[in-house]
Design a protein around this ligand. Structure first.
Ligand code: GLA
Length: 383
């Protein structure tokens, strides 16, 4: 973990409030190895935590209400009431957590917070879930609130769904709160059961190269909501609680019941993607990491052709990485820009990066940013 983020949060706290914080809490961004848009269909996901994180420096306040500042914003925001939507912008994620805790019956202590982060913004790496998770962990500990770890992601998701108004699933908050170093988090988004799956890339001589396409996010909210609506409508027509309940064996019969070609393709993505997560987990349980490559690449094709959530920049990054010898590559996150993951031999990071950069230059795309990621820890107290 890069401790400069922790130092920045401490410094911001001292500058804003003229005293030392009572503690520092960190929560990571995430990438999803496989299982995209399956979470709100009660399906399966397999994220792991990034080394980049949000740090919340926090202390109880002597006056009512909550005050928060951030190294990424000019203004310091204070709120004393927490009706959904009352605070907008970045501080809304903080107010949303206070609201969700109070709505669940907790007596949240008045507090002062200062945030710092090195999770890239708007890149599909869950920078907002990292803010929510860091603030939630800080407030739970400051207030001595009895909220078991397993129940925290759903509470943070409510902040995002109800307070901020984004119709997201439970993956990102689960990853930020429940991930464990060196593991990928296999989450059943219906039962919320988790299994920590060994994912020791270094021991296998492998690396996951993350390529941030730096493509501008466009129409993200509307398109995300439209995908979710289409999936829910399909489940209703098929007479199942969620698309999770359609198995690959049922798929052909299910598709016959749907008239709309777009909806049929959305369903096919979810059903096949859930199976790819299960197949990936089966391979990883016995350490067969290289063999997950084709599943990653098939996942990308499904997101591109059936779910239609990719853009040229991510498709080009996937193709260039594969042409340079990657075992598999796929977009990660909600889509319409964001990052690509490529599974490569550890000594091929330079070559793969050069191949993607050359492909971007040829098309006059903004240059990508790349780094190798290993699974880091979930939300934790630093000091
Ligand atoms: C975003 C959402 C998640 C999930 C992914 C797609 O990150 O916040 O809930 O739906 O997109 O897999």
């Amino acid at each position: 973990m890069d401790m400069t983020v922790a130092s920045s949060a401490t410094e911001a706290f001292r500058n804003a409030y003229g005293t030392d914080p009572a503690g520092l809490w960190a929560a990571p961004g995430r990438v999803n190895l496989i299982g995209e848009h399956t979470d709100y269909n009660d399906g399966f996901v397999l994220p792991f935590a990034l080394p980049q994180h949000v740090v919340a420096a926090a202390a109880p306040a002597g006056t009512p209400g909550w005050t928060v500042c951030s190294t990424l914003a000019e203004e310091t925001v204070t709120f004393t009431t927490t009706e959904p939507g009352g605070v907008e912008g970045w501080a809304g994620y903080v107010a949303g957590i206070v609201w969700a805790l109070r709505d669940a019956g907790f007596d949240v202590p008045p507090a002062r917070l200062a945030l710092a982060s090195d999770v890239p913004l708007g890149s599909g790496l869950s920078s907002s879930a990292a803010v929510e998770s860091a603030v939630l962990t800080a407030l739970v500990e400051l207030g001595g609130l009895e909220l078991p770890l397993a129940e925290r992601p759903a509470l943070a998701q409510r902040a995002e769904n109800v307070y901020v108004g984004a119709p997201t699933g439970i993956m990102d908050q689960s990853a930020s709160i429940r991930c464990v170093e060196g593991r990928a988090l296999f989450l059943d988004c219906r039962s919320l059961a988790v299994e920590q799956i060994p994912f020791d890339l270094a021991a296998a001589g492998l690396a996951i190269l993350i390529v941030n396409s730096n493509a501008p996010h466009q129409h993200v909210d509307g398109e995300y909501g439209a995908r979710r609506k289409s999936c829910e409508e399909a489940a209703r027509i098929l007479g199942v609680p969620a698309l999770r309940d359609v198995t690959p064996d049922d798929l052909a019969a299910a598709l016959e019941k749907l008239d709309d070609d777009v909806m049929r393709r959305r369903v096919r993505h979810i059903v096949t993607e859930n199976q790819r997560v299960l197949d990936t987990v089966t391979l990883l349980r016995t350490g067969r990491i290289r063999e997950i490559g084709p599943l990653m690449t098939a996942s990308h094709a499904s997101m591109r052709d059936d779910f239609e959530i990719t853009v040229d920049q991510v498709d080009v990054a996937v193709e260039a990485a594969l042409a340079a010898g990657a075992y598999g590559a796929r977009m990660t996150g909600g889509g319409f820009g964001g990052c690509v993951l490529a599974l490569i031999d550890a000594d091929q990071a330079g070559k793969t990066t050069a191949a993607v950069e050359a492909a971007y230059e040829k098309r006059s795309f903004t240059a990508p940013t790349t780094w190798s990621a290993t699974p880091g820890p979930g939300a934790t107290r630093l000091s």
